[in-house]
Design a protein around this ligand. Structure first.
Ligand SMILES: Nc1nc2c(ncn2[C@@H]2O[C@H](COP(=O)(O)OP(=O)(O)OP(=O)(O)O)[C@@H](O)[C@H]2O)c(=O)[nH]1
Ligand SMILES: [Mg+2]
Length: 336
């Protein structure tokens, strides 16, 4: 079930560990008059660390994580023995995760690289043991430093990069079906409108282990930019896709008109969306016979102001060409 696997926003309370106390131990041994101070240092408290992981695509794995708490440092002890450091806690996040201070909403950091680590709550330093404080005037200090307390922070994680390709279409256009045949995702599919309520992601595994990510976004309707339907809530996610794949069913009354309505919705929402590469897939084209297809081709070549391709998810037609074309568009983008 991937319906609802899409989480791009989580709030987490993080707390780092306290530093361990320095020890104020005085060494005593039979027959040794003055052993002197030998209290070791406290260990560092554990950090809470965010780490970029290129194999993650959403924040779904953190959906139920409300608190993350690192371990406390151990106290120092006799014989100058330093306490162990507290256990660090590592939170893995997808690349493109923005970290905000929940209270002020200020951006603290952004994770953009695989393996990149950011300390979001620093563990407290351990206190120094008493032997550091031995001096000519004080041979037996009974004083040792306490550890520094850990930090607490409320952070919000927000995912900026969603997918390489965003599917744009009216409800029932066949977006989820396409996702289910070109990726391993299993979104809900049904013959009624607004089957998809939340975006779904799928990874297209392409020749030679190349991959790209496609997002199935709930259907956009006329007026979506003004807040009609549910697709408008997700228009912001399309802002981050580098390529838009428009899906228009072969049995649409007027393909050109549908395309223009969709483009117009995007323009009204954010004109910058039109700077992205666009490809139109005429879906469900298994319903067309050769003659009808030829007729439509003549008309589309003349009228449609965008590259297009006939596909059928059900009959598995045109899917390889579709992937080839998308791959080509995505990599042209990279070269820029
Ligand atoms: N004949 C035919 N039917 C298709 C094809 N692809 C999808 N359908 C049918 O079209 C209907 C809608 O498919 P979905 O994939 O749920 O459409 P959607 O665009 O995700 O719809 P929403 O989630 O409501 O926006 C379903 O009944 C599918 O079986 C196709 O290639 N050929
Ligand atoms: Mg759907």
């Amino acid at each position: 079930m991937t319906e609802g696997n899409f989480v791009d926003y989580v709030k987490i309370h993080v707390s780092s560990g306290n530093g361990g106390k320095g020890s104020s131990h005085l060494h005593r041994e039979k027959y040794v008059a003055k052993g002197g101070p030998d209290g070791g240092d406290g260990g560092r408290g554990g950090h809470v660390i965010l780490r970029g992981n290129k194999n993650l695509w959403t924040l779904f794995h953190l959906k139920f994580k409300r608190h993350v708490k690192a371990g406390h440092g151990e106290h120092g002890s006799k014989q100058r023995s330093t306490g162990g450091d507290g256990q660090d806690e590592i939170i893995e996040v997808p690349l493109g995760t923005v970290i905000r201070d929940t209270e002020t909403q200020n951006i603290l950091h952004e994770i953009t690289e695989d393996g990149q680590e950011i300390i979001v709550a620093e563990g407290g330093k351990g206190g120094l043991g008493n032997w550091h404080f031995k001096s000519s005037t004080n041979q037996t200090p009974r004083y040792a430093q306490p550890g520094i307390p850990g930090e607490e922070e409320d952070i919000t994680l927000e995912l900026k990069i969603l997918a390489d390709v965003g599917l744009v279409g009216f409800p029932n256009a066949g977006k989820s079906t396409l996702l289910s045949v070109i990726t391993a995702a299993k979104p809900k599919i049904a013959g009624y409108e607004f089957t998809t309520l939340k975006p779904n992601l799928g990874i297209v595994e392409y020749r030679d282990f190349k991959t790209f990510v496609v997002a199935d976004i709930p259907g956009i309707i006329e007026g979506a930019a003004e807040g009609k339907g549910i697709g408008h809530r997700f228009l912001r996610h399309i802002e981050r896709n580098s390529t838009l794949l428009f899906l228009i069913p072969a049995d649409a009354k007027d393909i050109k008109e549908q395309y223009e309505i969709l483009v117009d919705e995007l323009r009204r929402y954010n004109p910058e969306l039109l700077d992205k590469d666009r490809l139109v897939a005429i879906s469900k084209s298994d319903m067309l016979d050769a003659e009808l297809k030829a007729e439509m081709t003549t008309q589309l070549d003349r009228e449609l102001n965008a590259p297009y391709i006939f596909i059928s998810s059900v009959a598995q037609q045109g899917l390889t060409q579709l992937k080839d074309k998308l791959w080509e568009m995505l990599n042209k983008e990279e070269a820029v």
